[in-house]
Design a protein around this ligand. Structure first.
Ligand code: ADP
Ligand code: ZN
Ligand code: ZN
Length: 752
């Protein structure tokens, strides 16, 4: 008897054994997709491997129902990668499979992949020579329309030009001859033409000639050579290049070099940075060798990209988001992670909670390839790895064409408020600089890291504020839609008519979000065109690109946005950037808050004065003398790094310690409280004071579940294997408690 080990798209730790019916024995192999029964349902699973060892269960072994896809849908080394993800990120193999394989492959998903077909036209066989074609023309000579269509067809199909014959789509003949289907049908009925359906690709074909990359300037050339030198000794190299230094040009040269060796390249980008700006530049150089994989690619296209890569001469370069690390690469020679500091590379929910940058490093190593991490503001972890010699390091401190980095002027808003000179959210200095810029025909970007109108809506008498019924958070006021919304679960509420606490009917709003800033700018600068770039405004597929494109073309004068405005966009006419409140970013209760605030402010500032002239940044804060603000002003990454590193060491955080977060969630608060305490106790017996908590997190309830958090801080030198074994052991012990099984337990390794 032959058995197959199947990975199911379910949160299961291991593969499941199924019997292979005799009729399938010939066809089945590792990597095939199969339909199998599981519980009362059927699922599409993937064959991990085939064997002949009878499993030692006492329950019945079920049979595979059918083979869905005979050709393996993944490569052997991908399975190793999946296993690494499952092991390192403490999740189940089934969860990795579910995330990795496009859902178009799976039967249980709403829309299974269907090839796209198009109708084509050809001559019936008996007319395929000049002699008999004459007869065909005789048959149509009384209808000029039919005659014309036949002529057009012959011209398009070039059937008499040896070596240039081509297939002709029905649509093409009809368009060209300006006939309707009735005319074509007449020719089909006369037995002259026939139609047939053909499978076609959904993937874009780039028919433009490919251009050679720009020549690198001297500093770029030096950086490029340095990277190659580093790669002789190290697998990973950090390219620390200020905004607008031309990192993308260096990437292009490295990609071209790798392609010459016949190896593939993956360029990873954060979702939001994957705009037409960068894809356009790469398309110009790599044409049809380049495939693009982002979240707006449809399920069908995903399957086609996947199949393309499974083939022998598929894409050589993929530019893609986080999940493209799961694509079936054949021979990855190079992975480039652009904006490597971006936290969106980490998947939060659902499992696998992987970090695409770190996973890409493992993936590249499995292929014997190299990794380049590019950014203007390295993550503390990567910079530390470069400083300690684990990674290579290349610095590119000058902008392309040597334009100076923007000048940053701090504005003390606490002082201004004391003197009653802050009449709006925009300080007098910012208003003045904006006027000058706008008068000169320049553009302005205002950055406020809060969307909505006001983060708080409060009763004027008693300060009561409406909260989400599912989460432990106050609601944000969205003026344009006259409602309150929860930014954690998305629930929207009508405005309260009356305060339930004191009965007052008057409310006021506190704080300000992007919506309020836009309103204010419109009042201060009548007639100026503004736009907003935030989550509320960019939900539809095209709106993000449209807002960017309007701004690029100069149709918008002031762009107001959340962190979205900081993402690798390259604008020419921005001379002033305003950071409206640095304080809220710095005061966030998280050990990474300062690092993140630095990244954000440096990246946003980088949008100012990109081409010919130096830009200006007005930075509004209550703490202009704080070390963090000072390092932003002086563009002193190194200073920020050193002071943060000290704190990280002192308080046992990365890069000195590895963090694993365990979140336990339950509908009932007392249950989750007891479970978490019990779990922490069990963990302490195994790992001692590496275990912290349980704690009630800042938001103690989310989406109707109460949360408790346990934190593990593990010294870098500790064996991960031992940690994983201890966690599994503890988890198993906990499963003896009945309530534990109804709780949600999530592991987050290296949380961000
Ligand atoms: P970064 O990614 O480092 O912020 P970019 O690669 O976007 O910088 O480069 C900034 C601008 O300078 C872009 O408009 C780019 O086309 C231009 N540029 C950079 N290097 C070159 C070069 N070697 N030749 C021509 N243009 C360049
Ligand atoms: Zn909520
Ligand atoms: Zn009240």
């Amino acid at each position: 008897m032959v058995y197959a080990e199947i990975i199911l798209p379910l949160p299961l730790q291991h593969t499941y054994t199924y019997a292979v019916p005799e009729s399938m024995e010939q066809h089945i192999q590792s990597g095939c997709l199969v339909l199998v029964p599981f519980g009362k349902k059927k699922y599409t699973g993937v064959v991990s491997y085939i064997h002949q060892t009878m499993p030692q269960y006492d329950f019945e072994i079920k049979e595979i129902l059918s083979i869905e896809e005979k050709v393996p849908v993944f490569r052997k080394q991908q399975l190793r990668f999946w296993e690494w993800i499952a092991q390192y990120y403490l999740c189940r193999l089934g969860e990795v499979y579910k995330a990795a394989l496009p859902s178009g492959f799976k039967r249980e998903s709403a829309q299974t992949y269907k090839p796209k077909t198009e109708t084509y036209v050809r001559l019936q066989a008996q007319y395929l020579n000049t002699e008999s074609l004459h007869q065909a023309f005789d048959l149509v000579k009384r209808s000029s329309k039919q005659e014309n269509l036949l002529l057009v067809f012959i011209e398009l199909s070039r059937i008499f030009v040896k070596g240039q014959e081509r297939e002709v789509a029905r649509k093409e003949v009809l368009d060209k001859s300006q006939n309707d289907t009735a005319v074509l049908n007449a020719l089909v009925n006369k037995g002259i033409l026939e139609t047939y359906d053909k499978q076609i690709s959904r993937l874009e074909i780039y028919n433009k000639p490919v251009v050679v990359p720009h020549a690198l300037n001297v500093s770029q050339e030096n950086a490029y050579r340095d990277i190659l030198l580093n790669f002789r000794e190290k697998d990973v190299c950090l390219l620390h290049g200020v905004t607008s230094s031309g990192k993308t040009e260096i990437y292009i040269h490295l990609i071209a070099e790798t392609l010459k060796l016949g190896r593939q390249v993956l360029l990873l980008l954060p979702e939001i940075a994957l705009t037409t700006q960068i894809t356009g530049r790469l398309k110009h150089v790599f044409g049809d060798k380049l495939g693009i994989y982002h979240s707006r690619v449809s399920d069908h296209e995903r399957v086609e990209i996947w199949n393309n890569l499974l083939g022998d001469d598929g894409y050589q370069v993929i530019i893609g988001v986080r999940s493209s690390v799961f694509l079936p690469f054949k021979d990855l020679g190079l992975v480039i992670v652009d904006e490597e500091h971006e936290t969106s590379y980490k998947q939060k929910d659902p499992a696998p909670r992987y970090h695409a940058r770190n996973a890409a490093i493992v993936l590249a190593t499995m292929h014997g390839g190299k990794v380049l991490l590019g950014t203007a503001t390295p993550s503390l972890e990567s910079y530390y790895n470069a400083q300690t010699g684990k990674y290579g390091y290349v610095h590119l401190p000058v902008r392309f064409e040597d334009v100076d980095l923007p000048e940053t002027i701090p504005v003390d808003i606490k002082e201004l408020k004391r003197k009653k000179r802050m009449k709006s959210f925009l300080s007098p200095l910012l208003i003045e600089k904006m006027s000058v810029a706008l008068d000169a025909g320049d553009q302005v970007i205002l950055f406020q890291n809060r969307r909505g109108f006001a983060p708080l809506y409060v009763c004027r008498t008693c300060d009561w504020t409406p909260k989400c019924k599912n989460c432990d958070v106050s609601l944000t006021y969205h003026k344009s839609i006259h409602s309150l919304s929860c930014h954690y679960c998305g629930h929207t509420y009508r405005l309260p008519q009356q305060c339930p606490s004191c009965g007052d009917i008057h409310f006021s709003d506190k704080g300000f979000g992007t919506e309020k800033v836009e309103e204010e700018v419109k009042e201060l600068f009548p007639g100026i065109t503004t736009d907003r770039l935030d989550l509320d405004n960019t939900r539809s597929k095209t709106s993000f690109e449209q807002i960017i494109s309007r701004f690029e073309k100069g149709k918008t004068q002031v762009l107001i946005g959340t962190q979205m405005v900081s993402k690798g966009l390259d604008f020419d006419r921005v001379s002033v950037v305003g950071i409206l409140s640095a304080d809220s970013m710095m005061n966030y209760p998280d050990f990474r808050a300062h690092e993140r605030a630095y990244h954000l402010m440096a990246q946003v500032s980088g949008r100012a004065g990109r081409r010919k002239k130096q830009g200006l940044v007005v930075l509004q804060t209550s703490y202009p003398d704080s070390p963090l603000i000072q390092s932003v002003i002086r563009n002193d990454y190194e200073g920020m790094y050193r002071s943060q590193l000290e704190e990280r060491q002192l308080f046992r955080y990365p890069p000195f310690y590895r963090i694993i977060e365990i979140n336990i969630k339950h509908k009932q608060e007392n249950i989750v409280k007891n479970l978490a305490e019990e779990y922490a106790l069990v963990l302490r017996t195994l790992m001692g004071d590496r275990v912290l908590g349980p704690d009630k997190p800042a938001i103690g309830r989310m989406q109707a579940l109460y949360i408790r958090k346990i934190l593990l801080k593990i010294e870098n030198a500790a064996s991960l294997k031992a940690v994983h074994a201890a966690l599994q052991d503890a988890h198993r012990k906990m499963e003896d408690i009945l309530a534990f099984r109804s709780a949600v337990v999530q592991y987050d390794v290296d949380p961000l």
